[in-house]
Design a protein around this ligand. Structure first.
Ligand code: MEZ
Length: 534
């Protein structure tokens, strides 16, 4: 039951039309309808929320205003703050970030026989990988193929993905599932061992492999165990604050900062992998976020300051279904799997106003339109929202489906007295994913030699919109890929001798030349509302 009586009343309209809505198949939008909808209602199209960069390698391109402030900020340190001639750590491959991509990279580097080390500003596993719910895509069923997976993802990303990256993503996907399965991920399976697969928005085949609705947590648990079992060193509560270069401009390590004591340390490495994840905690355009506490765009800043280009940094993903009620879980992810299992999006009149499995950008824009221009949203303390008719899942698939397939959702709402088997829930878009990021080659290298990137910090794999389940996939495929190539490169390199942080003053000069006066120090490391240490 909702504590709010008005909501209980309104939910009755949803129940009254459930049978009718369940038998209805709202039509898919035409390409033209989608274009118009996005241009008018998707947050990426609000020009006044973006700033054109005037310094750095992406000068002339627009990025969200909060990101521009960080990219065009000053370093947290000066070159004189550290002694580069006496490194505190020496390794072959330095992995920055303890999420799924960082862990996968470190495992593969270790497998290749080089020394790998992970540094992470929180703890290993405190990452968006852990927060992913609905599943991971791979075309491994007889009616599917990587080519069909490619077509779905390329279209869903508005034909903007870098073909070589997307090709790698889809062709390596079946192998990624086998790798995870072998490491011990408990995927949902039929009695005969066949993997259970479902649809996601924009997929033409059922290729979403899941561990109920905590797929990311299950994958991260397994990867973390593997890292620890291999004895790969993990330096936690330690952030990278600057990339170190050698005299030839190649990446050669990072300056680290102990998050508690603020002590600065030097890590020297032959190659470096940035795997710092996303940016939801910048709360672009005031949106809540489904992201973990540390998602503050650090890797974009680290890379940008040493000259690594960004691709599509102006495109973000607003997951259509963030929890809109109650306020304690405002913005938390309500997995797309809820819609894959048959729940529909319903407005205040009880009408299913769109096909529930359009791509995410289209679905989010459609919900925003329903709540704004059409005035068909349901008012809550946090603003307008629409219903997601969860009881429809059991109406269509039988009793017990919700507990079996999406137990985490049932528990999350159950804590607040809402039984999602009996009552619909309220949802509104939440900031979920950065589609853009560091530009990489198919080997995972950025524009800076020996500097690799993997996971959400990368741009170009998905184009300008990502399909559900392709992020967990890219974390694994491109995490492993970066580890393999960074290890191979490290084997060819000598230990870097002359380490420099000259890029800091060079970047400051660029800021001055552009007339940028700012007090901002970046990377940000923790959200603005983090409690300040005494
Ligand atoms: O890929 C994602 O973002 C994902 C699986 C999210 C979800 O809805 O569960």
């Amino acid at each position: 039951m909702y504590k709010n009586e008005k909501l209980n009343e309104l939910a009755k309209a949803v129940a009254a039309k459930r049978a009718e809505n369940a038998s209805l198949e709202p039509r898919r939008m035409t390409a033209e309808e989608k274009e118009n909808l996005l241009a008018t209602f998707h947050p990426d199209y609000k020009q006044d929320e973006f700033t054109v960069l005037t310094a750095g390698v992406n000068k002339g391109e627009k990025v969200p205003t909060q990101l521009a402030e960080l990219l065009q900020g000053h370093s947290r340190i000066t070159a004189d703050d550290v002694d580069l001639s006496h490194p505190d750590y020496d390794t072959d491959v330095l992995v920055i970030g303890g999420g799924g991509a960082g862990a996968s990279a470190a495992i593969e580097a270790d497998e290749a026989g080089v020394k790998a080390m992970i540094v992470t500003k929180l703890r290993i596993g405190d990452a968006n990988t852990m927060m992913a719910e609905g599943g991971i895509q791979a075309a491994d069923k007889p009616n599917d193929s990587p080519a069909i997976h490619y077509i779905d993802a390329f279209g869903g990303g508005h034909f903007a993905a870098k073909p070589a990256l997307l090709e790698k993503l889809v062709t390596k996907a079946p192998e990624a599932i086998l790798w995870l399965n072998k490491l011990g991920v408990e995927f949902d399976k039929e009695a005969d061992g066949t993997m259970v697969t479902t649809h996601g928005g924009g997929t033409s085949r059922k290729r979403m492999h899941a561990a109920k609705d905590y797929s990311g947590a299950e994958i991260m648990r397994t990867l973390r165990d593997e890292v620890l079992n291999r004895g790969i060193p993990v330096i936690d509560f330690t952030a990278a604050v600057e990339i170190i270069l050698d005299e030839n401009g190649k990446a050669a390590g990072a300056v680290l900062m102990n998050m508690e004591t603020k002590e600065l340390l030097v890590a020297r490495a032959k190659t470096v992998v940035i795997a710092t994840g996303g940016a939801g905690r910048l709360h672009y355009q005031g949106f809540p976020t489904s992201n973990h506490y540390g998602a503050t765009a650090d890797g974009l800043v680290l890379g940008y300051r040493v000259g690594a280009k960004l691709l599509y940094a102006d495109t973000l993903q607003y997951h259509p279904t963030g929890a809109a009620y109650p306020e304690q879980i405002f913005g938390a992810l309500v997995t797309e799997k809820v819609r894959s299992l048959g729940a529909k999006l319903i407005n205040i009149d009880g009408d299913a106003f769109m096909h529930p499995l359009e791509t995410r950008d289209v679905t989010a824009a459609s919900i925003i339109r329903e709540c704004s221009e059409r005035g068909k949203g349901i008012e809550t303390e946090q603003g307008a929202a629409v219903w997601l008719d969860t009881p429809m899942i059991e109406y269509k698939n039988g009793e017990g489906t919700i507990e079996k397939r999406i137990p985490a959702m049932m528990r999350m709402f159950g804590k607040y007295g809402i039984d999602i088997r009996k009552e619909p829930i309220l949802v509104y878009p939440t900031l979920h994913y950065q589609n853009g990021g560091l530009d990489i080659t198919p080997d995972g290298m950025t524009d800076v030699e020996n500097l690799y990137a993997a996971g959400e910090v990368v741009g170009g794999i998905h184009g300008r919109n990502r399909l559900m389940g392709n992020s967990l996939l890219d974390v694994i495929v491109f995490g492993r890929n970066a580890g393999i190539h960074a290890a191979a490169k490290a084997k060819e390199c000598d230990v870097p001798q002359k380490l420099t942080l000259d890029h800091i003053s060079k970047f400051d000069s660029q800021l001055s030349e552009a007339g940028i006066e700012t007090e901002t120090a970046s990377p940000m490391l923790l959200p603005k509302y983090a409690r300040k240490s005494k």
